[in-house]
Design a protein. Structure first.
Length: 137
């Protein structure tokens, strides 16, 4: 399993939207604000947003004061769903050298997928940093 740059950016974008939803239930964030918080280009952000929208994870609000918001509560969105929405290769097998490495790789993929399927955006947004402070601030 690989965590692509695209998947990392998608997780970052969803984190920003999840944080906004936690602060303000409307939680609408424009692409410029997402760009400022994450650092990736607005063009790339549009591509990621499109994939997240197609997967039903976010909604777009047009017009003044528009932007993106979560399509459903953060507790219903898994990290695996975010990753798979932008990168179908996430859980794909890689060629292995022998039977033992193939078996280990297969078991690891299953364990990682189970972990990511059970880890929600809400848990990520409300998690504490290693120093014990909330990531919200």
């Amino acid at each position: 399993m690989n965590l692509s740059v695209r998947a990392m950016y998608a997780i970052d974008m969803m984190f920003v939207l999840g944080k906004a939803q936690q602060i303000d239930k409307a939680g609408c964030v424009n692409l410029r604000a997402i760009h400022e918080e994450t650092g990736f280009s607005m063009k790339y952000g549009e591509q990621i947003a499109q994939a997240l929208r197609c997967a039903g994870l976010i909604r777009a609000i047009r017009g003044r004061g528009g932007g993106y918001l979560l399509a459903r509560p953060a507790k219903e969105i898994t990290i695996l769903a975010i990753m798979e929405s932008v990168d179908r290769e996430t859980m794909k097998d890689r060629p292995q050298m022998g039977q033992a490495s193939t078996e280990i790789n297969s078991r690891l993929r299953v364990l990682i997928a189970e972990c990511l399927r059970g880890y929600t955006l809400e848990e990520l947004v409300t998690a504490k940093n290693p120093n014990g402070k909330s990531r919200r601030a």
